[in-house]
Design a protein around this ligand. Structure first.
Ligand SMILES: Cc1cc2nc3c(=O)[nH]c(=O)nc-3n(C[C@H](O)[C@H](O)[C@H](O)COP(=O)(O)OP(=O)(O)OC[C@H]3O[C@@H](n4cnc5c(N)ncnc54)[C@H](O)[C@@H]3O)c2cc1C
Length: 410
C-alpha cells in the first residue's frame, strides 16, 4: 500500500481520499482550510446526473448579444480581465461547434452515468446520508419559446440516457405551489436529488475519514517536486512531505501546481454566486432552476439558497453587485413570499474551456495525478472521480475511457 498526498479538501479531494483509503492507502490531506470551504461550500447542492450539456453549446453564438448586453443575462464578462482570459475564451468559443459540443456532452454523460456509483457506498453511512434529499430537480422555463429553443439540447440529453418529464404551467404549480405563475414549462429529471448542506456533508465525510486514519495538514502546498519513486510536497511554511503519489484536487487553484509538473492546462474560473433567504426552506420541496436566469433555488438548512450565474473575471475582482441583485430579484419574482436575503457568497468554479474535467497523470511523473476542473458539476462528479483516481493509483482499468479528460488534450 502507498502513501498518498491529496491536495484539496473539496468534493473532489475528499472523494479521492475516501476511495484511496478504501483501497488501504495511507492518505494525508493538505489544505489550509477545513472541509468544503472552497467552491464546494456555496453551490446549489444538486446531484445533477442530467447536466451533460456544456455551457458553451452552439447556441452561445446566437445568445451572445443577450449574454453581453442584457440586464437579465446570467453570464457576464469583466472586460478588464479579457486580455488574461483571451486564450481560454478563444478555446471556449471553439468548443462550441456542434461536433465538439456533442463530444463534450458524451464525455460528461459517460461520467454522469456513473456518478451515483461514486457515492453509493459513502451514503451507507447515516452521517452522510442525513444530508441527502431525494427530490428530483425541476428546471423551469418562463416562456414556451425558450423551452422550444432548448428542445435540441433536451433531445441530446435523452439520446445520452437522461430521463425527464415535461410539465406545463398547472402541473408546475401543483408540484411547487409557492412558485409564481410565470413558468410556462418545466422538466423534472429522474434520479436527481440534492444535499441540504454541501459543506455539512463534507464535514461528515472528513470526520469519518479522520476517524479511520486520515491526517489533515492545514497548510497550502506551494511546490511539487517529482522524483523517480515518488513526490515531495513543500508547503507555504517550507515544510516538506514525501509520498509515493500526490493527487492535485485544488479546484480552481490547481493550474500552478500542474504547471510545475509539466502541464500547462488552460484552467480558469467561472465565478458563481449565491444569496441566502433565511428560514424559507419550507417554501419549495426541491431545487428549482430558472433556465433563462441561470440559477437554482435550493431549500437548504437555514433557508433557500439561490445559486448560480457565470462571471468570467478571475479571482481578484470584487463581487458583482449586478449579478447578486439579478439573483435576488429573480428569486423573489419566482417565489414572491421570499424576504430579503441575509447573506451572499462568491465561489470559483474550476473550469476548462471544453467543459470537461482533467483526470489523469502528469507529464513529468506517473506519481502525480490530477483531478480538477469539474466546473458546474463537482458535487455530482466528486465521487466517481475519486473512484477513477483510486483505479489509476492501483493500476486497475478504469470503468470508462479516460481519454476525453486527458490533461494533454489541449
Ligand atoms: C454558484 C455555484 C453553484 C454550483 N452548483 C452546483 C451543483 O448544484 N451541483 C454540482 O455538482 N456542482 C455545482 N457547482 C460546482 C461545484 O461547486 C464545484 O465544481 C466543486 O465544488 C469543485 O470542487 P473541488 O473539490 O474541485 O474544488 P473546491 O471545492 O474549490 O476545493 C478545492 C480546495 O483546494 C484547496 N486548495 C487550493 N489551493 C491549494 C493549495 N495550494 N494547497 C492545498 N490546498 C489548496 C482550497 O482551499 C479548497 O478547499 C456549483 C458551483 C458554483 C460556484
Amino acid at each position: 500500500m502507498a502513501e498518498v498526498a491529496v491536495i484539496g479538501a473539496g468534493f473532489v479531494g475528499l472523494s479521492c481520499a475516501y476511495w484511496l483509503m478504501r483501497d488501504g492507502h495511507e492518505v494525508t490531506l493538505h489544505d489550509p482550510l477545513g472541509p468544503g470551504e472552497g467552491a464546494s461550500y456555496g453551490n446549489a447542492g444538486t446531484f445533477a446526473n442530467y447536466a451533460c450539456i456544456p455551457v458553451n453549446n452552439p447556441d452561445v453564438f446566437r445568445q451572445l448579444p443577450h449574454f453581453l448586453f442584457s440586464s437579465t443575462s446570467p453570464l457576464r464578462i469583466r472586460w478588464g480581465y479579457v486580455p488574461t482570459l483571451a486564450p481560454w475564451l478563444a478555446r471556449f468559443l471553439l468548443s462550441a461547434t456542434q461536433r465538439r459540443y456533442e463530444a463534450s456532452a458524451q464525455a460528461l454523460a459517460a461520467l454522469l452515468s456513473r456518478a451515483f456509483d461514486g457515492y453509493r457506498e459513502m451514503l451507507d453511512d447515516a452521517a452522510m446520508h442525513a444530508f441527502v434529499r431525494e427530490r428530483e430537480c425541476l428546471y423551469l422555463y418562463s416562456s414556451a419559446a425558450s423551452f422550444e429553443a432548448a428542445r435540441a439540447s433536451l433531445a441530446l440529453r435523452e439520446s445520452l440516457g437522461v430521463r425527464f418529464q415535461t410539465l406545463e404551467g398547472d402541473a408546475i404549480r401543483a408540484l411547487e405551489p409557492a412558485l409564481a405563475p410565470i413558468f410556462a414549462r418545466g422538466t423534472l429529471f429522474d434520479g436527481s436529488w440534492y444535499l441540504s448542506d454541501p459543506r455539512g456533508f463534507l464535514q461528515a465525510l472528513h470526520a469519518s475519514l479522520v476517524r479511520r486514519g486520515l491526517t489533515h495538514v492545514p497548510a497550502a502546498i506551494e511546490r511539487i517536486e517529482t522524483g523517480r519513486n515518488g513526490v515531495r510536497l513543500v508547503d507555504e511554511a517550507g515544510s516538506a512531505t514525501d509520498a509515493q503519489y500526490a493527487v492535485v484536487c485544488a479546484g480552481a487553484h490547481s493550474g500552478s501546481l500542474a504547471r510545475q509538473c509539466g502541464d500547462a492546462v488552460p484552467l480558469d474560473t467561472e465565478r458563481g454566486y449565491h444569496v441566502r433567504f433565511p428560514d424559507t426552506s419550507n417554501l419549495i420541496s426541491r431545487p428549482c432552476g430558472w433556465a433563462e436566469r441561470g440559477f437554482y433555488m435550493t431549500p437548504m438548512t437555514g433557508g433557500i439558497r439561490a445559486a448560480g450565474t457565470v462571471e468570467l473575471g478571475g479571482f481578484d475582482a470584487p463581487r458583482n453587485r449586478g449579478l447578486l441583485d439579478l439573483i435576488t430579484r429573480s428569486a423573489r419574482e419566482a417565489l414572491p413570499a421570499l424576504p430579503q436575503p441575509d447573506s451572499d457568497w462568491l465561489g470559483f468554479r474550476p473550469s476548462l474551456p471544453d467543459g470537461l474535467p482533467v483526470i489523469g497523470t502528469s507529464r513529468n511523473s506517473p506519481h502525480v495525478l490530477y483531478a480538477f476542473g469539474h466546473q458546474h458539476l463537482g458535487v455530482t462528479l466528486g465521487g466517481v472521480t475519486g473512484s477513477v483516481v483510486a483505479d489509476l493509483v492501483a493500476g486497475r482499468a478504469a470503468p470508462l475511457d479516460l481519454s476525453p479528460y486527458n490533461p494533454r488534450r489541449f
